[in-house]
Design a protein around this ligand. Structure first.
Ligand SMILES: NC(=O)c1ccc[n+]([C@@H]2O[C@H](COP(=O)([O-])OP(=O)(O)OC[C@H]3O[C@@H](n4cnc5c(N)ncnc54)[C@H](OP(=O)(O)O)[C@@H]3O)[C@@H](O)[C@H]2O)c1
Length: 279
C-alpha cells in the first residue's frame, strides 16, 4: 500500500512493487502484521521530515511482525520475527506483503504474543526506552506519564515500573520527572507537575503538535527525544515481552488493503490501542 501523491487517506492505494533482493546481512521478511503509527499519517500527508527527498510511490510503515522468507545462516527462513523498518532513511516501509531489511532491525518474535500485538511493540517500545534513557531516573524516583494509555505511554509505564520507578498519574505531583506523549497545550500540566530542577521529556516535537512547553523554566529544560533503532534495545523489548513484563494493546485489525480506512479511523480520534494491518 503506497501513496503516489501525498494527501488524504484515500491516496493510500495498492501498488505492485518489486521486493529488493537482500544484500549481505539482509533478509526478506513476509509481513504477518504491520502497525499503524501516528507518524504514518504525517508521512502520507507529506508533512514528515524525511532524511532524503521522498521518492513516490511511497510505502509507509515502521513496525512489523513477520516470518523470514529469504534468510541467511543466522536468520533462517521460517524464523518468526518483529522488526522496525527505519524507513525515515530508507523509504522502504512495511505496509506490504514482503519487506527487505537489514538483520540489525530484527528481533526474535516475543513468545506468547499474537502477530498484531507483536507488531505494536517496536516503535513505541524503542521510543519509551529512549525517553527513559533521557530521563535517567534512579529506582524510587517519581515519574508522571502524560498519555499513559497510549502506545508509547503504556510501554513507558510498564518499563519504568519494571525498573523500580514510581509512576504517577496526571494531577499528582510534584514529581521528579514527566514524560509527555500527547504534545501541544495538553502537555503543560505535565510540565507544571515537575518539581524545580526536575526533568521533562516529550516525544512530540513542535512541528508535529505545536504549542507544547519547550521553554526552560524553574530549572527544568524541556527535551524532545526520538526513538533510536538500536538492535540491543529491540531485542531487549522482545525478551521482556516474552517474559510477560510487557504487553501491548491492539485496538482494531484491518486487512492491509484497507489501510486507507485504518488511517481515516486513526484520524477520527478516540482509538484505544494500536490499529494493525494484516496482509
Ligand atoms: N519521537 C518519536 O520517535 C516518536 C515515536 C513514536 C511516537 N511519537 C509520537 O508520540 C505520540 C504518541 O504516539 P503513540 O503511538 O503512543 O500514540 P497513541 O497510542 O495514539 O497515544 C496517544 C496518547 O495521547 C493521548 N491523547 C490524545 N488526545 C488527547 C487529548 N485530547 N487529551 C489528552 N490526551 C490525549 C491519548 O490518551 P487517551 O488514551 O486518553 O486517548 C494517548 O494516551 C504521537 O504524537 C506520535 O507521533 C513519537
Amino acid at each position: 500500500m503506497a501513496v503516489a501523491s501525498f494527501g488524504p487517506s484515500e491516496n493510500l492505494k495498492p501498488v505492485r512493487l518489486t521486493v529488493p533482493e537482500p544484500g549481505p546481512d539482509e533478509v526478506v521478511v513476509k509481513v504477518d502484521a504491520v502497525a499503524v503509527n501516528p507518524a504514518d499519517l504525517g508521512m502520507r500527508e507529506g508533512r514528515y521530515p524525511w532524511a532524503d527527498e521522498p521518492r513516490l510511490p511511497l510505502v509507509p510503515g515502521y513496525d512489523l511482525a513477520g516470518t523470514v522468507e529469504v534468510g541467511n545462516a543466522d536468520w533462517p527462513s521460517g524464523t518468526k520475527v518483529i522488526a522496525i523498518t527505519e524507513h525515515k532513511n530508507t523509504q522502504i516501509g512495511a505496509y506490504a506483503e514482503f519487506v527487505t531489511l537489514p538483520t540489525r532491525l530484527l528481533a526474535l518474535a516475543p513468545e506468547g504474543m499474537d502477530v498484531a500485538q507483536a507488531a505494536a511493540l517496536p516503535l513505541a517500545g524503542l521510543t519509551a526506552i529512549e525517553a527513559l534513557s533521557a530521563l535517567d531516573l534512579a529506582p524510587g524516583a517519581t515519574l508522571l506519564v502524560n498519555g499513559p494509555r497510549g502506545a508509547v505511554g503504556s510501554l513507558t509505564v510498564q518499563i519504568a515500573k519494571h525498573r523500580g520507578i514510581t509512576v504517577v498519574a496526571n494531577g499528582e505531583g510534584p514529581v521528579d520527572a514527566a514524560l509527555d506523549t500527547v504534545g501541544g497545550e495538553r502537555a503543560q500540566a505535565a510540565f507544571d507537575s515537575v518539581r524545580d530542577n526536575g526533568r521533562y521529556v516529550t516525544v512530540v516535537p513542535e512541528f508535529w503538535v505545536p504549542g507544547g512547553p519547550f521553554t526552560e523554566a524553574r530549572g527544568i529544560k524541556p527535551q524532545v527525544v526520538a526513538a533510536q533503532f538500536e538492535t540491543d534495545r529491540l531485542r531487549e523489548l522482545a525478551r521482556l515481552a516474552s517474559e510477560g513484563v510487557l504487553t501491548t494493546t491492539v485496538g482494531e485489525e484491518f486487512p492491509l488493503t484497507e489501510a486507507a480506512a485504518a488511517h481515516a479511523r486513526l484520524e477520527a480520534g478516540g482509538v484505544r490501542g494500536k490499529l494493525v494491518l494484516i496482509p
